[in-house]
Design a protein around this ligand. Structure first.
Ligand code: COA
Length: 159
C-alpha cells in the first residue's frame, strides 16, 4: 500500500465537475450525467462531495458523495479511477466522508450497492456497514441492491 503524502482529500469544487463526470462514465454502467453532478456540487445544499486529488499530477482520482437528511447521510456514489484502485484511496474516501459528515451532525449512514459488487461491499464492511435488506430489481438492468447501514457510536449512545 502506498503512503498518502501526495493525496489530499477535500470538498469537491465546481472545477472538479468535469473530472467527476468522466470518472462516473468509466466507473459505472449507469453513470450520472454531468448535469446531475453539477447540480449536486453547485446547487444541492444537502449534498456533500469529497474528492481525492493526487497533488503530484494535480488530478482528481476519486470521489464520494452523500445527501444529508437530518442526522442521516445517504451515500450516493463513490468511485476511484480504475488505474488507481487497490491503493487504499476508496478506503480513505469513505473514512474522510464519514468523518466530515459527523462534524456536520450526521450519525448514521446508508447506501445501496449492487449485490454483485463485492469490492464495494467489502470496502463498506471494513467501515462497519452491515447489510440490512435488499431492494429487488433496484438497478435499471434489473440487478438487486443491498441496503447497508452504518450506525456510529453517537447514534448507538442516543438510542
Ligand atoms: C469500490 C471502489 C471505490 C474501491 O476503491 P479502491 O480505492 O480500489 O479501494 P481500496 O484500495 O481503498 O480498498 C479498500 C478495501 O476495499 C475492498 N476492496 C477494494 N477492491 C477490492 C476488490 N477488487 N476485491 C475485493 N475487495 C476489494 C477491500 O476490503 C479493500 O481492503 P484490502 O485492500 O485491505 O483488501 C472501486 O473499486 C470503484 O471505484 N469501483 C467502481 C465504482 C463502484 O462500484 N462504487 C461503489 C458503488 S456502491
Amino acid at each position: 500500500m502506498k503512503t498518502y503524502d501526495n493525496i489530499v482529500f477535500r470538498e469537491a469544487l465546481s472545477a472538479d465537475i468535469d473530472t467527476i463526470a468522466e470518472l462516473e462514465k468509466v466507473c459505472f454502467k449507469d453513470p450520472w450525467s454531468r448535469a446531475a453532478i453539477r447540480d449536486e456540487i453547485d446547487k444541492n445544499p444537502m449534498s456533500l462531495y469529497m474528492v481525492a486529488e493526487d497533488t503530484d499530477i494535480k488530478q482528481v482520482i476519486g470521489y464520494a458523495g452523500l445527501w444529508q437528511i437530518f442526522d442521516e447521510g445517504n451515500i450516493t456514489n463513490i468511485a476511484v479511477d480504475p488505474k488507481r484502485r487497490r491503493e487504499g484511496i476508496g478506503d480513505r474516501l469513505v473514512g474522510e466522508l464519514v468523518r466530515n459528515s459527523m462534524e456536520r451532525g450526521m450519525i448514521s449512514f446508508t447506501l445501496e450497492v449492487r449485490v454483485s459488487n463485492s469490492p464495494a461491499i467489502s470496502l463498506y464492511e471494513r467501515h462497519g456497514f452491515e447489510i440490512a435488506g435488499i431492494r429487488p430489481g433496484y438497478y435499471v438492468d434489473g440487478e438487486d441492491a443491498y441496503i447497508m447501514w452504518l450506525y456510529t457510536e453517537e447514534r448507538k449512545d442516543n438510542k
